[in-house]
Design a protein around this ligand. Structure first.
Ligand SMILES: N[C@@H](CCC(=O)N[C@@H](CS)C(=O)NCC(=O)O)C(=O)O
Length: 240
């Protein structure tokens, strides 16, 4: 059996995991689950949790979560390591990866889920351009309750979105500092690059946010992830 990676097309940690598998040249089949319905589908595929990315290895092991996947990949394929051997460099990468996972990763997710709940044009775009389902206008209408549920689960309220937008410059200053100290954006891609820069890259597609293109971390994110999810429509973001 070949490995299978379960993802959704608009998920920043899914992009991180996909890119890490490509970096490790792990032969696998990518399975794109239907956005919004993926918590049920990933469990139906045999995983305990309800999140993507989720990896079923060729030996039958299930590895769920981007942090778990980076470690499992280094164990399985030591070449092109995601974590440096040298202890100081390794702990810098681990800290940055953890920060990217705990602090930065939820921000684009929460903003996008808010937009999908509020804006029917975003749901139509998901149905037509991302998922490619027939009758996207009908799917956009029917999927509103699912979008509302997913938004609530990610803690998306007008207040939390405004708060995230207010904190964004500080978060991006931190990613720039990680580039400046060499933890991110170096010639050898590490686990923190994939974790942090996938979220930075997703934010670059949110057209209502002030442009962050001039930032070193944005340049590094575009290099590692030239594409995120195609041409995202403009949507309103509270606090911008
Ligand atoms: N933080 C974990 C979980 C990622 C996560 O929350 N993924 C979202 C998509 S971006 C998801 O599948 N959510 C489903 C749910 O919350 O039920 C990771 O990095 O793997």
């Amino acid at each position: 059996m070949t490995a299978r990676l379960y993802v959704t097309s608009l998920s920043n940690p899914s992009k991180a995991a996909s890119a890490m598998l490509a970096h490790k040249r792990l032969s696998h089949r990518r399975i794109d689950l239907l956005t919004g319905f993926h918590p049920y589908l990933v469990r139906a595929a045999g995983f305990e949790g309800r999140t993507v990315p989720a990896l079923e290895l060729a030996d039958g092991r299930y590895v769920q979560g981007s942090l778990e996947i980076s470690r499992a990949l280094d164990e399985l394929i030591p070449e092109r390591p995601l974590f440096p051997d040298e202890p100081v460099a390794r702990s810098a990468v681990e800290r940055a990866e953890r920060w990217g996972h705990d602090v930065l990763q939820p921000v684009p997710r929460r903003i996008f889920r808010w937009a999908a709940m509020e804006d029917p044009a975003v749901r139509r775009w998901i149905a037509a351009q991302v998922e490619g389902v027939p009758a996207p206008a009908i799917v956009a209408t029917l999927s509103r309750p699912i979008s509302t549920l997913r938004c609530a689960e990610s803690g998306g309220t007008e207040e939390t979105i405004r708060d995230s937008v207010r904190r964004l410059p500080e978060l991006l200053d931190l990613t720039d500092a990680l580039v400046a100290e060499g933890t991110l954006g170096g010639p050898e891609h590490n686990a923190a690059d994939f974790q942090v820069l996938s979220s930075v890259r997703m934010l670059l597609d949110f057209k209502a946010l002030p442009s962050a293109e001039h930032r070193p971390s944005s340049r590094a994110a575009r290099e590692l992830f030239p594409q995120f999810a195609g041409e995202m429509p403009w949507f309103e973001i509270p606090g911008t």
